[in-house]
Design a protein around this ligand. Sequence first.
Ligand code: 6R9
Length: 665
Amino acid sequence: MPGDTTDTLGKGDVVSNESLANLLKEERRFAPPADLAAAANVTGAAYAQADADRLGFWAEQARRLTWDTEPTETLDWTNPPFAKWFADGKLNVAYNCVDRHVEAGNGDRVAIHFEGEPGDSRSITYAELKDEVSRAANALTELGVQAGDRVAVYLPMIPEAVVAMLACARVGAAHSVVFGGFSADAVASRIQDADAKLVITADGGYRRGKPSALKPAIDEAVAKCPQVEHVLVVRRTGQDTAFTEGRDVWWDEIVGRQSAEHAPQAFDAEHPLFILYTSGTTGKPKGILHTSGGYLTQASYTHHAVFDLKPESDVYWCTADIGWVTGHSYIVYGPLANGATQVMYEGTPDTPHQGRFWEVVQKYGVTVLYTAPTAIRTFMKWGDDIPAKFDLSSLRVLGSVGEPINPEAWVWYRKHIGGDRCPIVDTWWQTETGAMMISPLPGVTATKPGSAQRALPGIGATVVDDEGHEVPNGGGGYLVLTEPWPSMLRTIWGDDQRFVDTYWSRFEGKYFAGDGAKKDDDGDIWLLGRVDDVMLVSGHNISTTEVESALVSHPSVAEAAVVGAKDETTGQAIVAFVILRGSASETDTLVGELRNHVGATLGPIAKPKRIVPVQELPKTRSGKIMRRLLRDVAEDRAVGDVTTLADSSVMDLIQNKLPSASSED
Ligand code: 6R9
């Protein structure tokens, strides 16, 4: 095909050699800072140790936890893909996250610096957290919750969310946290699927400067869920709240009058800890089941290793919502198991002003910051001058999660937030993996902008082609996990067959992550987005991530989302939706320039057929772009299910834009 310069590396290839060379063209590597490397929690020796004895390595990491009965078994993989880790061990997860730090003499250490959106704040020590979790555990018992039950949690980002989760863990009930932005229907289907008998919610939370009610959605949802016996309601905003006598109970009343003594009972390592729903590409959401000992081992180890977390001196802040897996593993279980001091922020990054995050970093002296590429690109769009007004010199490690981070955003993050001194750890993992799987280590790895690089010690990950053969360096295909890992999902709640079909059937004996990936010449891994998002243009696989990355590397583009739309000639045609930077104006010349820019960066085959400037992109509430909806628009169909969209009006704005969209053949 004329002008086609894309190398084809065989089936399953999702990126050309040439384009990767482009991404790497400046051969940028950032060595770990010498002082960090010299005092790092984990050194390069961990890789060799884990390679020599993988299970021995994880058995050693399990000793980070305090067990009631020490496990003698590490992995039982006799019935794959149903794994058991540390199966003869017993522990209490909440005891590990709270009590043991108090017993070790660290009760006065702050566990959580809470920063409310309206500007209220409170600091909670480990001793106070222990008392509050114990009271809440006693309250759950009074409300009839027992080990083996499920409890749904629908709360804003307030400390009671952490307390509620830990109280469930303490009594052996699995929590199912449902993100506070989901609709009543979405909550109802999750309550039903998990068969939860208690729901914990709040009157509301603060969002964009105003109280936003939560209880009405629960009232509507619970009306459809007869098995729910009680609704426990935290008072946060004080707004008027309908109350059903006999069913509803105020948190401050029932928790407030409990004893602060609660003896934690030990549960089996494989006792369910939580269910977290993640949307499938189609059909009903999947309830991802995580259990106790293996999950906590890997959440704790990765938080210690990847953030180099020093509990005595670091102030850690993960900006995720507790309703996503990142909030579970890196606000609740990892940091608290490690006795960390952390910041928890209730609101949005632009309330009351666009410097709010940097103000929080400055106020608490945050040393380790963990956020998402979508947030970083938003900060880039708002301008360098905003973070420049704040003292960010306390920062020492920066993390990224949720999506591939394009090299432009990576470099901006390092420079404008990290002062060109902080290493960036780009952490690849999923709700299903429970904890980080692929990431640099900040005291070891020479980092590359845009690459998550290599599997963590004790983790097996590689890239395979369509037939499941490992691709050589320089090759592309599908990301797979080659060995079971401690924090792996154990099944899909109530649907073992779907668990087998979704993750373990595509490639024999390997976990299929659903992500496209590429190995570079050093064997480092580059994530290329969900395979469902890969485009097939004139017989070539082109990754949406790469085209988006090329667009964002143009100075006029702040954000981009790319989809493949059906095309009679080429099979699929590339359609790009772009948000322009403040100063750029939408002209045909600019659109032409952008097409040429992508052509020059990736090769002519990757030139978008249409480029549509828009004001906003459709994103899930965790910040992932919903390309499925953009495909509907690009293919001129009615837009599909928008219930997981953060702002449903965005789609109207985008559709209205389309008739004037620039297109070229
Ligand atoms: C933790 C989380 C999982 C999907 C995953 C992948 C994408 C997450 C990434 C990344 C590239 C990274 N993803 N981290 N892609 N680089 N560092 O986000 O879990 O919400 O289940 O999403 O997110 O596509 O498969 P979850």
